[in-house]
Design a protein around this ligand. Structure first.
Ligand code: AMP
Ligand code: GLY
Length: 430
């Protein structure tokens, strides 16, 4: 097969690494890879998705795999569909489950999918009445995409009022002209990433990501500082996940969700059972890095079946133990990351510690690799008791200004209440 992977983060590097191992692969093509993994395939690009789809058709690409959400929301899948090229990803219509919080809330409401109680605000005159209906802390979510910064947990009424005004005044432009005001939920979060072919919804093993910058779940929210899988759950929790998957599957069928791709449910395990915090229509980053090193099945075979709507024939096999991914970011991340520092001894560190490193913010200059801001590396390993190897490797990495959490895999940081302790979802700074 000729396969095109779209996207340039560590998630797409992990996808390329895994797809490359498939016996079904004839040639790998990459669109917008970063310099750390561009050598794994032939790089192609075009001025828009229509042209990219035409070029892909000419080359004979058999499968498109899309990593990030923006191209899905902008309709890349719809363009490839016009050319008859199978793809992994949601079309423009269904990408809205991620692209609009209110679209997602209404979908859940119509289909009795458990989620936090909510109200919509589109005008300042509604603020007082709506806030009166909620206890504090209360969660405020800009409707559209806001680079991961559109969710605010307000710990006082004043904070809620001010934040809502700021949002409506255009803090995130169009994306915050509509706001979901939502009940604050307490519990441990899990990422349940499922494959969907229009009939079958196939969940991967449950994963967990660490969104806060600092160890102990402190500091600002980030794109994700680490992940692990599988999450240990009780039998009862597994049963609940199964029920949730059935409910979601029925909803997708009822609403004719005709695409072959991914539905990522951000779930909270609350005292009253599982509730949905959000939907993403793509693989999670950094969860994917952990999931793919733990997967024993040929991913391209899985994606081929998925694109042929034969997911019911797929059985996923996983390795022993648990997989961990620790993100190494640049100093100053997420606000003002420093864009410097050569990464010298990566190959040696990979070999010595038998780890995988996937690249995100890196740039090659004269054949040398430099950290180029934001999240830089995903350092990963799977097995039993492997966290130490990852942290040893990070210590050995010869590059300055490393920022990383030292508690990836630690579960006690989850499930604490906002404002009482610093816990899941709380960004009130107390
Ligand atoms: P979202 O983008 O909707 O997943 O929100 C980002 C993060 O905010 C989540 O991963 C949670 O940690 C937190 N969060 C979102 N909604 C709620 C909620 N209703 N209650 C508590 N925390 C939440
Ligand atoms: N790890 C969270 C996300 O991919 O959105």
């Amino acid at each position: 097969m000729k396969v095109l992977i779209y996207g340039g983060g560590a998630r797409e590097h992990a996808l390329a690494w895994k797809i490359e191992q498939s016996s079904l692969l004839k040639k790998l093509y990459l669109c917008k890879p970063n310099d750390g993994f561009a050598h794994l395939g032939e790089v192609i690009d075009a001025e828009n998705f229509e042209k990219l789809a035409q070029i892909s058709k000419e080359i004979g690409i058999n499968l498109l795999i899309v990593g990030p959400e923006e191209p899905l929301i902008s309709g890349i899948i719809d363009e490839f569909r016009k050319e008859g090229i199978p793809s992994i990803g949601a079309d423009k219509k269904w990408a809205m489950l991620e692209g609009s919080k209110s679209f997602a809330k209404e979908f859940m409401e119509r289909n009795n999918i458990p989620t936090a109680k909510y109200k919509l605000i589109t005008d300042k005159s509604q603020i007082k009445n709506v806030l009166d209906e909620f206890e504090i802390p209360v969660v405020l979510k800009a409707d559209g995409l806001a680079a991961g910064k559109g969710v605010h947990v307000a710990c006082t009424r004043e904070d809620a009022q001010n934040t809502l005004e700021e949002f409506l005044e255009g803090k995130f432009g169009e994306a915050s002209q509509k706001i979901v005001v939502e009940e604050f939920l307490e519990g441990a979060e899990i990422s349940l990433i499922s494959l969907w072919d229009g009939k079958t919804l196939l969940p991967l093993i449950p994963a967990r990501d660490y969104k806060k910058l600092l160890s102990g779940n402190k500091g600002p929210n980030t794109g994700g500082m680490g992940a692990y899988c599988p999450v240990s759950l009780t039998l009862e929790e597994y049963k609940e996940l199964e029920n949730y998957t059935n409910t979601l599957r029925e909803a997708l069928i009822k609403e004719n969700a005709e695409f072959t791709g991914v539905v990522y449910s951000g779930l909270m395990l609350t005292k009253e059972g599982i509730k949905v915090l959000e939907y993403n229509m793509r693989l999670g980053d950094p969860e994917t890095q952990a999931l793919l090193i733990h997967l024993n099945t040929d991913l391209l075979e899985v994606f081929k079946k998925l694109s042929e709507k034969k997911l019911n024939e797929v059985e996923l096999k996983w390795k022993q133990g648990q997989a961990f991914c620790v993100v190494v970011a640049a100093e100053g991340y997420p606000e003002n990351p420093v864009k410097s520092g050569e990464i010298v001894n990566i190959e040696e560190v990979i070999e010595n510690n038998e780890i995988n490193i996937f690249y995100s913010g890196v740039k090659k200059i004269d054949g040398k690799l430099f950290a180029d801001g934001g999240r830089v590396l995903s350092v990963c390993k799977t097995g039993i008791g492997v966290q130490k190897d990852i942290y040893d490797a990070i210590k050995q990495l010869d590059y300055e200004n490393k920022v990383f959490r030292n508690d990836i895999g630690e579960v006690s940081v989850f499930g604490k209440g906002c404002c009482k302790d610093e816990g899941t979802g709380c960004n009130c700074g107390k």
